[in-house]
Design a protein around this ligand. Structure first.
Ligand SMILES: NC(=O)C1=CN([C@@H]2O[C@H](COP(=O)(O)OP(=O)(O)OC[C@H]3O[C@@H](n4cnc5c(N)ncnc54)[C@H](O)[C@@H]3O)[C@@H](O)[C@H]2O)[C@@H](O)CC1
Ligand SMILES: Nc1ncnc2c1ncn2[C@@H]1O[C@H](COP(=O)(O)OP(=O)(O)O)[C@@H](O)[C@H]1O
Ligand SMILES: [K+]
Length: 523
C-alpha cells in the first residue's frame, strides 16, 4: 500500500513537472477549482504556507533576520502578505512595501491584519533598504500592462541593490506567456512558480530575471488541469521523458545494421573541424553504422579522428565544398536510415541539398543546410519531401528560413509553432531554452548552460540527433520526442562538463566526451 502511494506521488510529480501553461489557462484551471468549492482564501493560505516553508529552508533565521516584502494589488500581493505574517510569527523582522492604494478584497484584508500585528507597512521602498532579503509579491500572472510609476521605480531601485530576491510565481514585470519584461521587471535570485510552470519562465528573454526557478506544487487536481489543457500542448522535457526514448536496450542478437545507419554530409576544406565534431556527436549516439561524406581532400583528417566511421571522399568544387555526392558502389541514399546534412558545407554545396531533399529518408538539416534551404524557399521546397525533415536553426537561421513569421526573439514558442505549421517539418529552435515543435506538440528544454554558447556545440547536436533518429526508425517513437531527447542529452552533457570544468571549460570537443556520462548517470 505504502509503495503504491509512493509511486502514485512520483507519477504525479513527473506529470506536473512536464506541464506548461499560459496565464489564461492558469486562470481557467483556478476558476474551475474555485467553482467546485475550494475557497480562494484557503488556497492562498496553503500556497503561502508552502512558500514560507521554502523561504525558511533557503534563508534560515540564523543567516537572515530582516525581510522586506513587496506587495502588489492582486492575489500575488495577497500571497506575499500571508508570507509576511507567517515569517513574522517565525521570528523574522518583517517590513512591507505596499505602493498601491487600491487592493483586491482578500489582499486588503491581509494588509489590515499585518498592520494589526504591527508589521511596518510603507508606501516606498527606501525604509526597507537595510533588509537582508526581499520577497517580490508585486504581480503574478495577472499583470496586464507595463509597469508604471511609482512601481517601475521601486523595481529599478530593488534591482540596483544587491540583496537576494525571491519572486512569487513570476518576477514582477514579466509577461506570463512571452517572458518579455514589460517596461521593467524584478531580477530575482529565486522564482517560486506556483502550481504549474508558466510559459514565460521558459522563454530565453526571461532568463536574466528568473534566477533559479522551482515549482511549488499546491495539489491542483490533474483532472481539472487536463480538462482545461487541450491541444496544442506545451511540455517541459524531463529526464524521464528523455531517457524513455533513448535506444538503451539492445537485443543480444542484434547486429550493426540493425542499430541504425546514419549518413552525415558535412564539412569543406574551409570547415574541417566542424565535420569532425558532427562525427563525434554521432559516435556518442551509439549508432550502429556511421558514414560521413566530405570533400576528398579532408578525408584523411576525418579517418584519423573517427576510425570506426566509413569516410566517403567526394569530388569537390574549387572552393573546397562537396561538388557532388559520390557514394560507394551498390549504395544510394535509401541505404541509410537517416541523413544529417549541413554543418560546414558552405553554400557552394547547393546541389547536394537538392539530392538529399529528394530522398525518402528522414533528414536533419543544420547550418549551411538551412542557409541553402532558405535560398531555395523553405516552405515550397519542403512541400515535395516524402519523408520527415528536422530543421535545427538558431534564431538567425530561423529568421532566414521563416522571414514572414513570428520573430523568434519576441516569442520563441509562438515562432517555433508557426514554423512547423508552415513547413510541416520538426523545428528545433536553438537557444538557452531550446524549443522543439511538430504539428500541435511543443517541447521545451528547461535546463541548460551558457557554457554551450560556443562555436561547434551545435554541430555536436546535429550528429547526436542524426544518430538517434537512425536508431529509432524501427521503433514507434514520435520523431519530435527523439529530437527533444537529443536536445536534453546535449544540454545535460554541457551541464555536467561545466560542473567539472567551469563554464569556460566546455569546448565542443570536450562536450562530446561528456555525452555518455549523462546516460550512465540518469539511466
Ligand atoms: N487565485 C488564488 O487564490 C491563487 C492565486 N495565486 C496568486 O495570485 C496571482 C494572480 O493573482 P491576480 O489575478 O490577482 O493577479 P496579480 O496579483 O498578478 O495582479 C493583478 C492585479 O494587478 C493589477 N494590474 C495588472 N497590471 C498592472 C500594472 N501594470 N500596474 C498596476 N496594476 C496592474 C490588476 O488590475 C489586478 O488588480 C498568482 O500569480 C499567484 O501569485 C496563487 O497563489 C494560486 C492561488
Ligand atoms: N546561453 C545558452 N544557454 C544554453 N545553451 C546555449 C546557449 N547558447 C547556445 N546554446 C546551445 O549551443 C548550441 C549552439 O549551436 P549553434 O548556434 O548552431 O552553434 P555552432 O554552429 O557554432 O555549433 C545550441 O545547441 C544551443 O541551444
Ligand atoms: K511576483
Amino acid at each position: 500500500m505504502f509503495n503504491q502511494n509512493h509511486s502514485h506521488l512520483a507519477a504525479r510529480r513527473e506529470q506536473i513537472s512536464r506541464i506548461v501553461v499560459t496565464a489564461q489557462q492558469m486562470r481557467n484551471i483556478e476558476e474551475r477549482i474555485f467553482t467546485k468549492g475550494m475557497p480562494v482564501a484557503a488556497l492562498m493560505e496553503k500556497v503561502a504556507g508552502l512558500i514560507t516553508r521554502r523561504i525558511i529552508e533557503l534563508y534560515p533565521l540564523s543567516q537572515v533576520s530582516r525581510i522586506g516584502i513587496l506587495v502588489g494589488p492582486g492575489h500575488n500581493g495577497g500571497d506575499a502578505l500571508v508570507v509576511a505574517r507567517e515569517l513574522h510569527f517565525q521570528g523574522y523582522q518583517v517590513a512591507v512595501c505596499s505602493p498601491f492604494s487600491k487592493l483586491k478584497d482578500l489582499t486588503s484584508q491581509h494588509a489590515q491584519y499585518v498592520k494589526i500585528l504591527e508589521i511596518p507597512v510603507h508606501e516606498s521602498l527606501e525604509p526597507l533598504a537595510e533588509c537582508d532579503l526581499f520577497i517580490d509579491g508585486l504581480f503574478g500572472f495577472g499583470l496586464e500592462r507595463s509597469l508604471s510609476s511609482p512601481v517601475d521605480q521601486i523595481v529599478n531601485q530593488l534591482n540596483e541593490w544587491s540583496q537576494p530576491v525571491v519572486s512569487i510565481d513570476l518576477p514582477s514585470g514579466l509577461h506570463t506567456d512571452t517572458g518579455e519584461a514589460l517596461g521593467t521587471a524584478v531580477q530575482a535570485t529565486h522564482t517560486f512558480c506556483l502550481g504549474l510552470w508558466k510559459l514565460g519562465l521558459l522563454q530565453d528573454q526571461a532568463l536574466d530575471y528568473v534566477g533559479a526557478a522551482e515549482l511549488i506544487d499546491f495539489d491542483l487536481p490533474l483532472t481539472d488541469i487536463q480538462a482545461i489543457l487541450e491541444a496544442p500542448k506545451i511540455q517541459r522535457i524531463t529526464p524521464q521523458s528523455a531517457i524513455a526514448t533513448l535506444p538503451l536496450k539492445r537485443s543480444p542478437v542484434t547486429h550493426k545494421y540493425k542499430q541504425g545507419h546514419l549518413l552525415l554530409i558535412c564539412g569543406s576544406r574551409r570547415y574541417t573541424g566542424v565535420a569532425i565534431l558532427t562525427g563525434l556527436g554521432a559516435r556518442a549516439s551509439g549508432v550502429g553504422m556511421l558514414s560521413i561524406a566530405v570533400p576528398e581532400s579532408i578525408k584523411p583528417l576525418l579517418s584519423a579522428q573517427l576510425p570506426e566511421a566509413l569516410i566517403i571522399g567526394c569530388p569537390e568544387t574549387e572552393s573546397g565544398a562537396i561538388a557532388q555526392l559520390q557514394l560507394p558502389e551498390k549504395t544510394d541514399l535509401s541505404s541509410f536510415d537517416a541523413i544529417a546534412c549541413g554543418p560546414g558545407l558552405t553554400v557552394d554545396a547547393k546541389p547536394i541539398l537538392q539530392e538529399v531533399l529528394d530522398s525518402d529518408r528522414p533528414l536533419v538539416l543544420d547550418a549551411d543546410g538551412l542557409n541553402i534551404l532558405a535560398q531555395m524557399g523553405t516552405t515550397q521546397t519542403l512541400q515535395h519531401r516524402q519523408a520527415s525533415t528536422v530543421l535545427t536553426p538558431h534564431a538567425g537561421e530561423f529568421k532566414r528560413l521563416f522571414p514572414d513569421t513570428v520573430d523568434p526573439t519576441k516569442d520563441r514558442i509562438a515562432a517555433v509553432r508557426a514554423a512547423t505549421e508552415q513547413s510541416g517539418a520538426v523545428v528545433l529552435l536553438k537557444g538557452a531554452r531550446t524549443a522543439i515543435a511538430q504539428a500541435d506538440c511543443v517541447w521545451v528544454n528547461p535546463e541548460s548552460t551558457p557554457a554551450l554558447a560556443r562555436g561547434g556545440s551545435g554541430d555536436v547536436l546535429t550528429g547526436l540527433l542524426g544518430g538517434l533518429i537512425a536508431q529509432a526508425t524501427s521503433k514507434d517513437i514520435p520523431l519530435v520526442e527523439i529530437v527533444a531527447s537529443a536536445a536534453w542529452w546535449h544540454s545535460q552533457a554541457g551541464i555536467l562538463a561545466a560542473d567539472e570544468r567551469t563554464e569556460m571549460g566546455v569546448d565542443a570537443f570536450t562536450l562530446t566526451k561528456y555525452l555518455m556520462f549523462v546516460v550512465s548517470r540518469f539511466s
